[in-house]
Design a protein around this ligand. Sequence first.
Ligand SMILES: [Mg+2]
Length: 263
Amino acid sequence: MPINVPGILVPLHLLINPRLIVPSLVVKGPSIKDIRQLDFPELYRAGYRGAVFDKDNCLTLPHQDRLVPELTEAWKECRQTFGEGNVLIVSNTAGSHLDAGDIQAESVTYHLSAPVLRHPSFKPSYACIASIRAYFGSLPTPVRDDELVIVGDRILTDVVLANRMARRNKPQEIAPPNGEKMTDVRKAGPLTVLTEDVWRRESTVLRWMEKGMLRGVERWVLPAHELSARQELRRFVRDLPVSEVSEKREGLWQKLWRTLRKP
Ligand SMILES: [Mg+2]
């Protein structure tokens, strides 16, 4: 298994900046199960002009090149909304230095009808960020970092990559509802979206640790007014169809019980 050195070094960066692992759509606030919950036309109306997607367990099953069938309509709507060249797949498998001859990248581009970034170093490295910027900067209408939506299913790669692209705004005085004046130090950068459902289990322990870290940072580091300000992002989140929600909430034992009770 290849070693993701930039990923291994992330915990050191977290000691300095723990907010790096917090997506824009946070677990305590509006959360996303999969990309069907993203309202792409609303994101476009809000000024977002491009999107970056992780591949494995976000669009496809791990190490496969075809779109998960349930995502067909959402994926089509996304590409139609932002335009063909403005939706980019950035994967630590397809298009990375492990993808000899770009064979997997070509296959994914063919099946998903979207370009796959060729990049020299794994997410969340700064070299990978430079490749993303170079791609969107070279479009006929260049797309800035803060006009991007970055979507992935892993905190220590996808979310950290997106948050590393953010730049600090000039601190602004804000007055939350309790009247106490505070300084808003939020950064300007991509909208970071963490998809929480996995299509096939992998790296279960790592995911569990990542979620634990995120819950800790949300609880101990993020001020309450920042979490409540993120509620405004709910307008970008759609509900999943009711049938999907009940199916997903049903555990293994409930499924077994339902099957056994069938006449
Ligand atoms: Mg993934």
